[in-house]
Design a protein around this ligand. Structure first.
Ligand code: SF4
Ligand code: SF4
Length: 169
């Protein structure tokens, strides 16, 4: 979604957002029913890693990486099951919204306000002037992100301190 300002080659060399430390497991992507059904229909993919659950009339799914760590090192990262050496193996219908909008996050603050925040750990976006990112998000993405999030409320994360807020509703 930020492809106009993030370079593809930087992401190809990074893949940071496709592997998770224990303390980042809350960031693992959430799959909508449409994503899950597309994955189930795709013979090349293993859908058995996805655990479905319901929330407010929507069905979502998630994978659990908590048993995938091989050491006690808190910096160890467990890769997403859909990450290959060539990157993500999911197509547009299969890929979760969380991944499509990364490093943006739609979050709810404790006062109930919805915000679009920036994940502070993306090395590429951190090199860009935050005002340029804010302007881009405001102009091109904010309305559609808030709209989608309202229809899929489980995808809204709780606000985490340290995530720079780009847009507040
Ligand atoms: S963390 Fe940032 S630079 Fe790295 S792959 Fe993800 S979006 Fe690209
Ligand atoms: S689904 Fe694809 S983009 Fe999302 S974390 Fe997994 S490999 Fe990365």
């Amino acid at each position: 979604m930020l492809s106009e300002i993030l370079k593809k080659e930087d992401c190809a060399a990074c893949r940071f957002c496709c592997a998770f430390r224990r303390q980042s497991l809350w960031e693992t992507p959430i799959f909508t029913l449409e994503n899950t059904e597309s994955i189930e229909a795709d013979q090349k993919l293993d859908a058995s890693v996805l655990q479905k659950f319901s929330f407010e009339n929507n069905t979502y799914a998630r994978y659990d990486l908590s048993n995938n760590y091989k050491t006690d090192d808190s910096e160890e990262e467990a890769p997403c099951p859909y990450l290959s050496t060539n990157g993500c193996i999911l197509d547009a219908n299969e890929k979760p919204w969380d991944c499509k909008i990364w490093p943006l996050r739609v979050m709810r603050k404790t006062d109930g306000a919805l915000v679009i925040a920036l994940t502070p750990t993306c090395p590429s976006v951190n090199k860009i002037d935050i005002e340029k990112v804010r302007e881009f998000v405001n102009e091109k993405l904010a309305d559609s992100l808030f709209e989608y999030a309202k229809d899929h409320s489980f995808l809204i994360k709780q606000y985490h301190e340290g995530f720079p807020i780009l847009v507040e509703k």
